[in-house]
Design a protein around this ligand. Structure first.
Ligand SMILES: [Zn+2]
Length: 342
């Protein structure tokens, strides 16, 4: 999709295992990810006696080794005193438990994100795998793909260290004082159930997490546990609420690079979803499954990991239009939902 943002540091990226200053009192770290999206950004905010860490990276040996180096060499001898995790996804949550074994930090998260992390990390049942397979059969994916998706099992368990038993809750009215400046929680849903951004008007900074990305669109997916959910509506409502963010705010996103231009970016993201809805509606002039809509939306070969996100994304647009009354849905005799323009 197109991007109209201003990358304030140009092409500059932190080297693995090092932190660079991205704003006064804020450092930026990049950790590797074993996916097509090959990195995640983490941030450290100076809190005088210690650092507030935002997100932790996926729990791989590679990330942990890089963390050892950061902890030893990049923190000016100060401890990590607070850990804030924006949402439960493994690239953000992964090393939180591991880190808490090494630092006496307090751990902050919203309630739904913490509960999601705890619940998914613990679920190792066949029931879960059967539920996943039943959901993907409804989407019209072929038997082989459904088999592969079931066989992938609970990938979350393998990508996160044990989820902390105790957390400090970030709620809609939470304001964290860090280094003498106030950071307000800006909570949204869509990419995940209760994602926390942090906005510091005084510093002109916002932690964007996965909700404000400069180039790619955050994945907005329907998942097996809430098949009739409407996450796209949640996400568009979040974008609408960004009016209160000052134009010149520097956004610190979880992927790609820090940028300015939050409002044009919100418009681009919302236009992108409008276009995807138009495309899906066009396919549904004849009854179509989510899998058929996915094929039209993503015109490339997708591996099993990518299919999981792509089918969820196709369904997010279909459920959005179903709620608006632009589509109708029925269950066909082959066990798949078919959507048709109303
Ligand atoms: Zn995410």
């Amino acid at each position: 999709m197109k991007s109209t943002v201003d990358y304030v540091l140009g092409e500059t990226l932190p080297e693995p295992g090092t932190a660079i200053e991205v704003a006064n009192g804020v450092r930026w770290i990049r950790m590797p990810l074993p996916f097509a999206l090959n990195h995640v950004n983490l941030y450290l905010i100076d809190d005088d006696e210690g650092w507030v860490l935002i997100d932790t990276g996926i729990a791989t040996d590679q990330t942990k080794a890089l963390w050892e180096r950061v902890l030893e060499t990049q923190l000016d001898g100060k401890p990590i005193s607070q850990i804030v995790v924006t949402h439960f996804h493994p690239d953000h949550m992964g090393c939180a438990g591991w880190m808490l074994d090494r630092t006496p930090a307090q751990f902050w998260m919203t309630r739904s994100e913490w509960l999601s992390a705890r619940a998914i990390r613990l679920d190792d049942s066949d029931e879960l795998l059967d539920g996943i397979a039943a959901f993907y059969r409804r989407t019209g994916l072929g038997d082989d793909t459904v088999f592969d998706l079931r066989a992938m099992g609970n990938t979350y368990r393998r990508q996160v260290s044990p989820i902390p038993l105790i957390y400090q809750r970030i709620a809609a009215d939470t304001c964290l004082e860090i280094g003498g400046r106030r950071w307000m929680a800006v909570i949204g849903a869509g990419h995940s159930p209760e994602h926390a951004c942090l906005y510091c008007p005084e510093a002109g900074l916002m932690i964007g997490g996965d909700f404000l990305l400069p180039r790619i669109s955050p994945n907005i997916s329907v998942w097996w546990n809430e098949p009739d959910g409407n996450p796209l509506n949640d996400y568009l409502r979040f974008l609408d609420r960004l009016d209160v963010i000052a134009d010149e705010t520097l956004i610190l996103p979880s992927h790609d690079r820090p940028f300015r231009g939050v409002k044009p970016r919100a418009v681009d993201l919302s236009t992108h979803h409008d276009q995807r809805c138009d495309l899906a509606l066009d396919i549904c002039r004849k009854p179509a499954t989510a899998a058929e809509v996915m094929t039209a939306m993503f015109k490339r070969t997708l591996d099993t990991h990518q299919t999981r996100f792509a089918i969820g994304e196709a369904l997010a647009h279909l459920n959005f239009m179903l709620d608006q009354g632009r589509l109708a849905r029925h269950l066909s005799s082959d066990g798949a939902w078919r959507f048709v323009a109303a």
